[in-house]
Design a protein around this ligand. Structure first.
Ligand code: HEC
Length: 450
């Protein structure tokens, strides 16, 4: 009961402190403004010092109760505490001297006014920082306002998203800014040291800091997401975590709280993705294979090699480095494909449909390392050509419409890691074979025309 009363009085401190501030400013103002000192002005000033002293005295006692709950940093509280006490003592002395009618010299007056003004400013400043966070005042001065840029994680627009980690680059910096002053090797408030991943997981006196996969059992998450009015809310002083910081923390814990989760993992979750993109100016969308290809433009002379009667082509990008090539002759030969090899890295889409293609003509197809779409429909090709496809790593789309391939092809097709879409209509595969393939590769779109 007694400790609760102390706690209550302590909580009044931030309110009461405004009284001595008001009184002392008023007293100093009267001091400065009233040049003539008749008795009533003198008495008014003495009264002002008294009120400044007595309200400061009460505020400091309440402050003592508040500081006693240990929520504040020693380094911050010390200056505040001692300048606060100095203020009380000096206001007391000056009041006494005035009340006892000591003849105070003008310079004494000036100096003591200045000292008291300095003390109240310093005390107020550190008190404000403790309740509102570091740089609270400076932050809102209009012309000093630094443009608060979102943290930019990628200096260059390179594809290094995979080397940015959720814990290391998004979460730890927040802890470093808002928690680690109180939770480190030296100051382990609550027995909690947050300066390494392992210690963070381990937690403090009351158990696990992070329960992997379960934010609601993770003390770290609970403490930052509870109502700010609760005594256990963290951080106890300073700026709380922002909405997006809490959201990223929750996502990370939900997803296993692993030390090395690349940022790219966030992209599957629409909400968290847009939040992170917004805050860190990143584009987390998966780059298609084509977008990541950096090739020199196709040499015009090389294009001349292609017989216009047999091949048609167009560029897929404005840099003229990626080609969509179609065989338009009646009958293709091995030689025709060999010719195309001169452009092999540039061929992204290749259409060899309806041109009497033979199985073994595809033996060179894996040379086209950047091929993402291959159309070979309406040819009498069989399962024999399928193994030639297995080394084209980025093949996304295959068209075997109206060919002779059977269920035997599925073994190789299942292993094409990049495959997203396949046309099998009017081929010799069975409905059962397709069902099995679909169950093994549910993400691949199979077009059967049925
Ligand atoms: C100004 C100092 C201070 C700051 C800053 C601070 N804490 Fe605390 N923290 C404490 C004190 C004191 C305790 C012990 C009293 C309590 O449990 O509330 C504590 C306890 C905890 C506990 C409970 C540990 C246990 O097992 O009992 C967790 C979790 C925690 N803090 C998390 C955080 C997080 C997360 C942050 C940053 C967002 C943070 N703290 C920032 C002072 C601080």
């Amino acid at each position: 009961m007694v400790s609760e009363i102390f706690e209550f009085l302590g909580s009044l401190h931030p309110l009461i402190v405004h009284l001595p501030i008001g009184f002392i400013i008023l007293t100093l103002l009267i001091n400065v403004v009233f040049k003539t000192r008749n008795n009533s002005v003198k008495r008014l000033i003495t009264l002002g010092w008294f009120f400044s002293f007595i309200s400061g005295f009460i505020a400091s006692i309440f402050g003592w109760f508040l500081g006693d709950n240990n929520y504040y940093l020693e380094s911050q509280i010390n200056i505040h505490k001692w300048t606060g006490f100095a203020f009380v003592i000096i206001t007391f002395l000056i009041w006494m001297l005035r009340a006892l009618n000591f003849n105070l010299s003008k310079s004494f007056n000036r100096i003591s006014n200045l000292v008291v003004f300095a003390l109240i400013s310093i005390t107020g400043h550190f008190g404000g920082e403790m309740t509102h966070g570091k740089g609270y005042l400076v932050k809102s001065i209009p012309f000093l306002k630094q443009n608060k840029m979102p943290t930019v994680l990628l200096t260059e627009k390179e594809n290094s998203l995979d080397s940015i980690y959720v814990y290391e680059n998004l979460i730890y910096p927040v802890f470093e800014e808002k928690c680690i002053v109180c939770h480190n090797k030296k100051d382990t408030y609550g027995g909690l040291n947050m300066d390494t991943y392992d210690n963070l997981i381990k937690g403090g006196n009351n158990g696990l800091g992070i329960s992997k996969g379960n934010p609601y059992k993770s003390l770290i998450y609970k403490r930052v997401s509870m109502s700010q009015n609760e005594a256990k809310f963290m951080p106890p002083t300073g700026t709380p975590l922002s909405f997006d910081q809490v959201a990223v923390l929750k996502w990370w814990i939900d997803n296993g709280a692993k030390l090395k989760v690349p940022l790219t993992k966030l992209r599957n979750d629409e909400n968290i993705r847009s939040l992170v993109e917004e805050n860190y100016q990143l584009d987390l969308r998966e780059k298609s294979y084509i977008e990541t290809l950096k090739l020199a433009p196709v040499d015009q002379n090389q294009l001349e090699v292609l017989d216009k009667g047999k091949y048609q082509w167009r560029f897929l990008n404005s840099e003229k480095s990626l080609l969509d090539v179609k065989f338009v002759g009646k009958k293709i030969t091995f030689n025709d494909i060999e010719l195309l090899l001169k452009l092999k890295e540039h061929v992204i889409w290749l259409n060899l449909s309806n041109c009497q293609l033979k199985d073994d003509m595809l033996s060179l197809i894996s040379e086209f390392e950047n091929l993402t779409r291959l159309r070979v429909q309406k040819n009498n090709i069989t399962d024999k050509c399928i193994p030639y496809l297995k080394d084209i790593d980025n093949l996304k789309e295959l068209n075997f419409y109206d060919t002779l391939i059977t269920d035997n092809s599925f073994e190789v097709l299942t292993n094409l890691e990049s495959l997203e879409k396949i046309f099998l209509w009017k081929s010799k595969v069975s409905t059962l074979g397709i069902e099995k393939f679909k169950s093994q590769k549910p993400k691949i779109e199979v077009i059967t025309g049925l």
